[in-house]
Design a protein around this ligand. Structure first.
Ligand SMILES: [Zn+2]
Length: 275
């Protein structure tokens, strides 16, 4: 069937070819994409091009982004959507605002009074309902590895969450998912983390305690782990991992295990507990 959308996509892709060497450099900078198969790699590259065509990147101050850096951002943004079909999951915003600020250290931590600080008091990223996504460029550069940290995925998970209203930790689920299964898995993990932190505010939790802030942050943080520390998330909260696998329709842990089986020397960095 003739489709205007498909025709437009082909035209955008034809007009914006990506040099294979350039794409190879982007892949090199994003180890958490290791293990994608050839078809996934091609889809990710094409969707990254379409994303950059559809969204406006707005770097502030002295920040300048070259084509490699723009692709570096787009590829991370598109990974969560890789198996979600053609629906425009990022329909709610048109602009990504990028702050040049370099922060002292990319840390979020919860002090003994239970107050959570993002990036030493500043915010590394924000996603507003109906508004742009705001990212600090140093946080984007710190993302892409297997460290359980990914600012891009965190902020865009908030956007997915907001597709069905306020950010409440539940994005629009697929028909083959049961909302009660989702709610049970997420709530019990969230409650367990909060109970642990209430008892010991400085507890060395497996998952970043920022997830205990509220259900929206919980979803955003576990989405980061799902893609960038799937082994740790599955080990800690298997039911949460299973729900995210059903939602994102991909299995990063299977990818990581295949990588390790095929390349016994493949190493992911140890997961820092507090980042
Ligand atoms: Zn957040």
């Amino acid at each position: 069937m003739w489709s205007f959308r498909a025709w437009r996509r082909r035209r955008v892709l034809a007009r914006n070819p990506v040099d294979p060497a350039l794409w190879a450099r982007v892949r090199e900078r994003l180890p958490f994409l290791d293990g994608l198969d050839e078809q996934e790699d091609r889809h990710l590259r094409e969707r990254s091009v379409l994303f950059l065509h559809d969204k406006r990147l707005n770097p502030l101050g002295d920040l300048r982004l070259d084509v490699e850096e723009r692709l570096l951002l787009a590829a991370q943004a598109q990974l969560p959507l890789l198996h979600l079909g053609d629906l425009d999951w990022y329909q709610g915003f048109h602009e990504l605002v990028l702050y040049p600020d370099d922060f002292l250290s990319p840390q979020r931590h919860r002090d003994s009074s239970g107050v959570v600080h993002e990036w030493d008091g500043s915010h590394s990223g924000e996603a507003w309902l109906q508004g742009p996504v705001i990212l600090a460029w140093p946080g984007v550069l710190a993302s892409g590895g297997w460290e359980g940290y990914n600012l891009v995925i965190h902020e865009l998970a908030h956007k997915l969450d907001m597709l069905n209203g306020d950010a409440n930790g539940q994005p629009p689920l697929h028909r083959d998912m049961r909302p009660s299964d989702w709610a049970t898995a997420m709530q019990s993990a969230y409650d367990a983390l909060n109970a642990q932190l209430d008892a010991h505010p400085d507890a060395d939790t497996a998952i970043d305690p920022y997830a205990a802030e509220n259900p929206a942050e919980f979803f955003a943080v576990v989405s980061e782990y799902f893609f960038s520390a799937p082994d740790l998330l599955e080990h800690t909260w298997p039911a949460v991992y299973a729900q995210l696998r059903a939602f994102y329709r991909q299995d990063p842990l299977a990818r990581l295990r295949r990588l390790r089986a095929e390349h016994p020397e493949y190493r992911t960095p140890p997961h820092p507990h507090h980042r």
